[in-house]
Design a protein around this ligand. Structure first.
Ligand code: EPU
Length: 416
C-alpha cells in the first residue's frame, strides 16, 4: 500500500502553480472524438483518471500523445468497440463517452462507471435523459446497452435531478439534434468549459444560467487548440494548506471559480491576500463559520472535507452540513481520533474548534478525503495510507510539496 509520513512538521513557504482541472479535462477529452481534425488540449493534468481515460481513447483506436501538459488527439481512425474494459469501470467520467458513441455510431455498450466511493451515486438521471431522447436502454449484468432505430430532430428536456454529471451527459447526448433546449441543468465552471470547447469544435450551443440551447453544428475543419481551466479544488487545497501551515502563494487559480468559499475565509478573518498574480494564504486561526454543501456558485461538496480540517482548528463552534453525498464525513471521525471535538449526527458535523491535534496514522477512503488527511499530517505529523487515491486528482502533489519545503517520507509499492 502506498503511504506518506510526515515526522518533522515545518512551516511551508513558496509558490505553487495550479494544474488543469480534472473535472473539465475528462468530458473535454471524451468529446475531442467529435472533432473533424486533430485536437491539441493544453493544461491537461497528469493524474491517474486522465491516464485511464487516455487508455480508453487508445482502445477505441485514437492516436493520443501526451507530452508535458499537452494532449494531441487524432481521432481519424476511431472505431466502435464495446466500452467494457476495466478502465471504464474505474473512473466516473467514462460515461461521457455514451453521447460520443451514440453521435458517431448510434450505439453504445458501456460498463457502469466507477469513481470515488462517496455515496450511492446512481445514474438514473443520465438514463432518464437518454430515454427521453428516444434511445432504448437495457442492461446485461453491469453493462449498459443503448441504441436507437430512429431519433427525432428536436429535443426539449428538463433534467429530473440536480446533477453535474447528468447535465454534462445530457449536453453531450443532445449534440446530434438540430434543435435541443435543456433546462434545470447544473452548469458548474467545468461544464461551461466543456461548452466553450464544443463551440470551438463548431457546435452551435448557448448556455445561460441553468439552461442550454443547441442548434446543430457546422464542424470546424481546422486543427483545434484549446486550453482548459485550472482546477479550483486544487487551488483551494493549497490555500487551506497555507492557512494551516505557512505562507503559500497560489498561482494560476481562477479567483472567480472560488469566490464563494474564498469570501467565507476572508470574512472569518483568515489571512488571505489577493495579489495581482497570486492568491496568498498565510498561517492564521480564523473564526468558525458554518457551511452547507450545494451546487455552484455556493459551497462545493469537494471542498467540504478540506474546510472540515480548518474549521476543526478554528475559534468557536460551527456546523458542516453535507447535502450531496452520503459518505463524506469520515474526516471528522479521523480528527476526533486525534483529539478533535466534533459530533457527527446524520449528515451534519457539529464542530467545536481546538488549537492542537495529535499526530496519527490515517487511511484514506477517497480523493478529497486523502487531501484533507494530508493537510492534517502536514500540520501535526503522522501517516496517510492508501495514498494512490490522491493521484486521481492532484498532479505532482509531492513535487509541489517539496518546493514548499515539506519534509516527508513516501513509501510507494506501485507508482503513484
Ligand atoms: N444523483 C442521482 N442520480 C443521478 C446522478 C446523480 O441521484 O443520475 C445524485 C448523486 O448520488 C448525488 C447528487 O445527485 O447525491 C449529485 O451528484 P452529481 O451527479 O452532481 O455528481 P457527479 O457528476 O457524480 C461530479 C464530480 C464529483 C463532484 C460532484 C459534485 C466528476 C467526474 N465528478 O460527480 O467530483 O463531487 O460532481 O460536484 O465530475 C471529485 O472530484 O472528488 C469528485 C467526486
Amino acid at each position: 500500500m502506498n503511504s506518506v509520513t510526515v515526522n518533522k512538521v515545518k512551516n511551508l513557504k513558496g509558490i505553487v502553480k495550479i494544474s488543469g482541472s480534472k473535472n473539465a479535462a475528462i468530458p473535454i477529452l471524451c468529446t475531442s472524438l467529435l472533432a473533424s481534425n486533430r485536437v491539441i488540449l493544453k493544461n491537461i493534468p497528469r493524474i491517474s483518471d486522465v491516464y485511464k481515460l487516455i487508455k480508453i481513447l487508445r482502445y477505441l483506436n485514437c492516436n493520443v500523445k501526451f507530452k508535458y501538459d499537452k494532449v494531441i488527439i487524432d481521432n481519424s481512425s476511431v472505431e466502435y468497440k464495446p466500452l467494457t474494459i476495466k478502465e471504464c469501470s474505474e473512473i466516473r467520467g467514462s460515461y461521457y463517452l455514451i453521447g460520443v458513441m451514440l453521435y458517431l455510431f448510434n450505439k453504445c455498450e458501456i460498463i457502469l462507471p466507477g469513481g470515488c466511493k462517496i455515496g450511492k451515486r446512481p445514474i438514473d438521471a443520465h438514463i432518464d435523459a437518454y430515454k427521453a431522447m428516444g434511445y432504448n436502454v437495457s442492461y446485461e449484468n453491469d453493462v449498459l446497452i443503448i441504441n436507437a432505430d430512429n431519433i427525432p430532430k428536436v429535443f426539449n428536456y428538463k433534467m429530473t435531478k440536480s446533477s453535474v454529471g447528468a447535465s454534462i451527459n445530457t449536453i453531450i447526448g443532445s449534440l446530434r439534434f438540430n434543435n435541443a433546449v435543456l433546462e434545470n441543468l447544473v452548469l458548474e465552471p467545468e461544464a461551461l468549459d466543456l461548452i466553450e470547447f464544443l463551440k470551438v469544435l463548431g457546435f452551435k450551443i448557448d448556455a445561460l444560467e441553468n439552461k442550454c440551447v443547441i442548434k446543430g453544428a457546422s464542424l470546424n475543419n481546422n486543427k483545434i487548440s484549446y486550453m482548459i481551466i485550472s482546477d479550483r479544488m486544487e487551488a483551494m487545497t493549497f490555500i487551506i494548506m497555507g492557512l494551516l501551515c505557512g505562507d503559500i502563494k497560489i498561482k494560476n487559480a481562477n479567483i472567480n471559480h472560488i469566490r464563494y468559499p474564498l469570501d467565507l475565509l476572508i470574512n472569518a478573518k483568515y489571512n488571505i491576500v489577493k495579489e495581482k498574480k497570486y492568491i496568498r494564504a498565510i498561517k492564521s486561526r480564523g473564526e468558525a463559520f458554518s457551511i452547507k454543501t450545494n451546487t455552484y456558485p455556493f459551497f462545493p461538496t469537494d471542498m467540504q472535507p478540506l474546510f472540515g480540517v480548518l474549521l476543526a482548528l478554528s475559534r468557536g463552534m460551527c456546523i458542516v452540513e453535507e447535502t450531496i453525498f452520503e459518505n463524506r464525513l469520515q474526516i471528522y471521525k479521523d480528527i476526533n481520533s486525534s483529539g478533535g471535538n466534533i459530533n457527527v449526527i446524520g449528515n451534519k458535523a457539529y464542530i467545536t474548534g481546538v488549537s492542537e491535534l495529535n499526530p496519527n496514522n490515517y487511511t484514506s477512503l477517497d480523493l478529497r478525503h486523502s487531501a484533507a488527511l494530508l493537510l492534517l499530517i502536514l500540520k501535526f505529523g503522522g501517516t496517510v495510507e492508501n495514498l494512490s487515491l490522491l493521484e486521481r486528482g492532484y498532479e505532482d502533489f509531492f513535487f509541489k510539496l517539496k518546493l514548499l519545503g515539506a519534509n516527508f517520507k513516501l513509501k510507494l509499492k506501485k507508482r503513484l
